[in-house]
Design a protein around this ligand. Structure first.
Ligand SMILES: Nc1nc2c(ncn2[C@@H]2O[C@H](COP(=O)(O)OP(=O)(O)OP(=O)(O)O)[C@@H](O)[C@H]2O)c(=O)[nH]1
Ligand SMILES: [Mg+2]
Length: 342
């Protein structure tokens, strides 16, 4: 499915069915009185998160979403059928914004159903309008009209760990060696064009989600390369892993690469640089003989960075890194089993 992270959709809730104006007519019963039933309510529109979705593509294709109309009431005090509710499924992490007021209506973070636009009420049948002065009212209430609304959807993927790096740094290779994700890998820049998510199973009971996003380059915040628009998909992570290519084919000095990346993140949102992070020095199997890797590690450590040399080809360092990432992720998750003690 194509990766789409914004969409504009129009919602139409159902109109209520009209109340019925009818009189009871039976043999031997004169002046039977009113017996018109109520109209059914119009269908509501609700949103529901669905963990199996990762794109707003389907909603882009169907920008008009309608709930069913209520059916009119009938004689014999029969209530009309309610309109069918419309439940719109969307990926977890979708933010719903009212297009007119710019107000954030909802962030879809679970798989519960959240009502957003109520359908019109059904009209009352004439049986409700009987009074001492009018024993045979011919009036019944019309159904309430449905409501309309225009909303914008913005998806920010939900992942625990975000991978940041230049194109070709080895992000996709890393996610494919530690998780179930199978992204495209190639020795040219901008192989990855949209984010990929992968689940890392550290043990039977421990797992976390990693997001691999397209590479960013210097001046991405000004639109260079693919720009910085995918950085929003790592905004909700607990920890960032900066992948820095140390192989002999990479010309830029590792510390320089790292500062350029950090600067691009700052330009996008300073909050990203406040997140916990680790630096992964990649392609350790392909470093030049005269590169003193310990010196590079010490340099990163001296600036307070947590740094690990890895190779996604030989597996070097991967276990240690995934365990460490799992620890950081778990430390950031709130513990639902914890009970407040008074
Ligand atoms: N020798 C070696 N090569 C690696 C390693 N990791 C990645 N590569 C190679 O580096 C190249 C780029 O790898 P990718 O994983 O596609 O890089 P990326 O960071 O996802 O790149 P973009 O999607 O373009 O941003 C590929 O040719 C990989 O085979 C590694 O640990 N060792
Ligand atoms: Mg890639």
């Amino acid at each position: 499915m194509k990766f789409i992270d914004t969409a504009k959709i129009y919602l139409f809730s159902g109109k209520g069915g009209a109340g019925c104006a009818s009189m009871r007519r039976e043999k031997f019963i004169e002046f039977g009185g009113p017996n018109g039933g109520d109209g059914g309510r119009g269908g509501d529109i609700s949103f529901k998160g669905d963990a199996s979705l990762t794109s707003l593509f389907d909603l882009r294709l169907h920008p008009h979403q309608r709930a069913g109309h209520g059916v009119a009431g009938m004689g014999d005090q029969k209530t009309g059928k309610a309109g069918t509710d419309k439940i719109i499924k969307m990926p977890l992490g979708t933010i719903i914004i009212d297009n007119d007021t710019e107000e954030i209506l909802l962030e879809v973070l679970d798989e519960k159903v959240h009502p957003v636009l109520k359908g019109g009420q059904g009209g009352l049948g004439n049986v409700h309008f009987k009074s001492a002065t009018n024993r045979a009212p011919r009036y019944a209430q019309p159904g309430e009209p449905g409501k309309e609304m225009c909303i914008r959807l913005e998806l920010k993927l939900i992942a625990d760990v975000g991978l940041v790096g230049f194109p070709n740094a080895g992000k996709s290779t890393f996610i494919s060696s530690v998780s179930n994700a199978k992204p495209k890998i190639a020795d040219y820049p901008f192989t990855t064009l949209v984010p990929n998510l992968g689940v890392v199973n550290v043990s039977d009971y421990r797992s976390f989600v990693v997001a691999d996003i397209p590479g960013i380059i210097e001046d991405a915040h000004q639109g260079t390369g693919l720009g910085d628009r995918f950085l929003k998909h790592i905004q909700r992570t607990a920890v960032l892993a900066f992948l820095v290519d140390c192989s002999e084919f990479n010309e830029m000095e590792p510390m320089k690469s790292f500062t350029v990346l950090l600067n691009e993140l700052t330009q996008f949102s300073a909050d990203l640089t406040k997140k916990k992070r680790v630096v992964l020095l990649t392609k350790m199997d392909a470093i030049s003989h005269d590169l003193n890797i310990q010196e590079i590690i010490d340099k990163f450590k001296a600036t307070g960075e947590e740094v690990y040399p890895i190779s996604s080809v030989t597996g070097k360092g991967l276990k240690q890194v995934t365990f460490r990432l799992a620890d950081i992720v778990e430390a950031n998750r709130s513990d639902p089993t914890q009970i407040d003690e008074e």
